[in-house]
Design a protein around this ligand. Structure first.
Ligand code: GLR
Ligand code: MG
Length: 423
């Protein structure tokens, strides 16, 4: 029997990286995206990595768990969940929820706090065993993970700053030009448009322009619940032959079920089904036909693998959600996706939108829109300490401490209203 491996030290480092002005239903991305990097060190000299949201409230929760993790057995994931639950209950006097930028609200913070520590412990387990994390999740169903090009309406640059390398995209021509750059530079062979920004007809025209410019390319549209059920049904009819799926056209399980009853287009979600206990009510009324997993949100890699299995049982499609992220998250997404036999759609990623990363380059790279699954032990990435330092300094000086797309939008357009179920 091998020696135990126990946690000796945990470091939580907040970082910030430049983010373009990407528009969405709740406003616009701030100039800096915030993330937290979790480093778990063991008494036998190993280091495991995790990455998660970097808002102040999340940092406080992560630090509270980090303080309690000393001596924890790296194989005890059940005990880790118990520890996170206990620490958060003490911190908040209950199982308080968490909110991320007005876009994602969870009933309990346990899953989102557990996730980066679980990923770090799996990284350590893989390094100890000399196998990639995908092998710990059941093996490798594929050697390459396909991603889709994630298109956004956007301003040319942040107000008061120079234009960024992408330029403006505020109409169908701008979106087609952005898509061309995504496809040319990254090789994506499917595309997703973030909607909920303009009236549905304008967003349908953008999708139709993409279909004309890239014949046969799988396309998705995600207005993050901006539409009423009747509007969603109308759009679904119009785009039935054009989209591979329509993502969160309207909020909530009952609304999605109403749309699904009248539409042949598969409906996908990362909003109304974001935890295991949302699955039974959604399945009961066939509200969604595709679930977007997200290990940051669903409580780590093993829970996300469980979600994949549940989708397989119920004949639901599986895709993967993303938020602005760095290379540690990308590595975890790739390991998870590699192990999911039933990944029926290319995964989302915001990766092309950033200009800096804090993992040593080379371990993960995009070719033809896919990332080859690393064959090295653990997650397959190492921290670049110099860049970690740079991104931490950016966090220190950037002045942002939470994702607040609506507040930032109102600093530019004071009358802005959140678009949820507006059209
Ligand atoms: O599929 C989604 O809903 C997302 O990717 C959520 C993100 O927060 C996206 O809307 C964004 O980055 O603005
Ligand atoms: Mg979505």
């Amino acid at each position: 029997m091998g020696e135990p491996s126990r946690v000796s030290r945990v470091v939580v480092t907040p970082v910030a990286f430049a983010d373009p002005p990407l528009l969405n239903v709740v406003g616009v991305h701030q100039p800096w995206a915030l993330r937290a990097i979790v480093e778990v060190h063991t008494d036998d000299g190993l280091l495991g990595l995790g990455e998660t949201y970097g808002d102040d409230a999340q940092l406080a929760r992560l630090r509270a768990v980090a303080d309690a993790l000393g001596g924890h057995d790296v194989y005890d994931l059940v005990g880790l969940r118990r520890l996170v639950t206990t620490v958060l209950a003490k911190e908040t006097g209950g199982t308080a929820g968490a909110s991320f930028g007005g876009m994602l609200d969870v009933d309990s913070a346990v899953d989102v706090v557990y996730s980066p520590f679980e990923v770090a412990l799996l990284d350590i387990q893989g390094r100890r065993a000399g196998v990639p994390v995908a092998d710990l999740l059941g093996g490798r169903a594929r050697d390459e993970v396909p991603f889709s090009g994630y298109l956004f309406y956007k301003w040319a640059g942040h107000p008061g700053a120079e234009d960024d390398a992408w330029g403006a995209a505020l109409d169908p021509d701008g979106i087609v030009a952005q898509a061309q750059k995504m496809v040319d530079d990254w090789g994506f062979s499917s595309l997703k448009l973030k909607g909920g920004v303009f009236e549905p007809e304008a967003e349908c025209e953008a999708i139709e322009a993409l279909a004309a410019a890239f014949p046969g390319m799988p396309l998705r549209l995600d207005p993050n619940g901006a539409w009423t059920p009747p509007t969603s049904i109308r759009v679904a009819e119009r785009l039935a032959g054009t989209l591979e799926y329509l993502e969160d056209p309207t909020p909530g399980i009952p609304g999605m079920a109403e749309v699904a009853r009248s539409s042949s287009l598969p409906l996908a979600t990362n909003m109304c089904v974001i935890a295991l206990d949302h699955l039974p009510p959604a399945v009961a009324v066939d509200a969604v036909q595709v679930v977007l997993s997200d290990h940051h949100l669903w409580g780590g890699l093993k829970r996300s693998a469980l979600l994949a299995g549940i989708c397989q049982v119920w004949g639901m499609g599986l895709s993967m959600h993303s938020n602005s992220h760095l290379g540690v998250s990308l590595a975890a997404m790739v390991q998870l996706a590699a192990s999911c036999e039933n990944l029926t759609y290319a995964c989302d990623t915001h990766y092309p939108w950033k200009t800096q990363d804090l993992v040593v380059p080379g371990a993960l790279s995009f070719a033809g829109g896919s990332v080859a699954v690393p064959r090295t032990p653990g997650l397959g990435v190492e921290l670049d300490r110099d860049t970690l330092g740079v991104l931490h300094e950016q966090w220190q000086v950037c002045g942002f401490r939470e994702r607040a797309d609506t507040a930032y939008m109102r600093s530019v357009e004071p009358g802005f209203e959140v678009n949820t179920a507006r059209w």
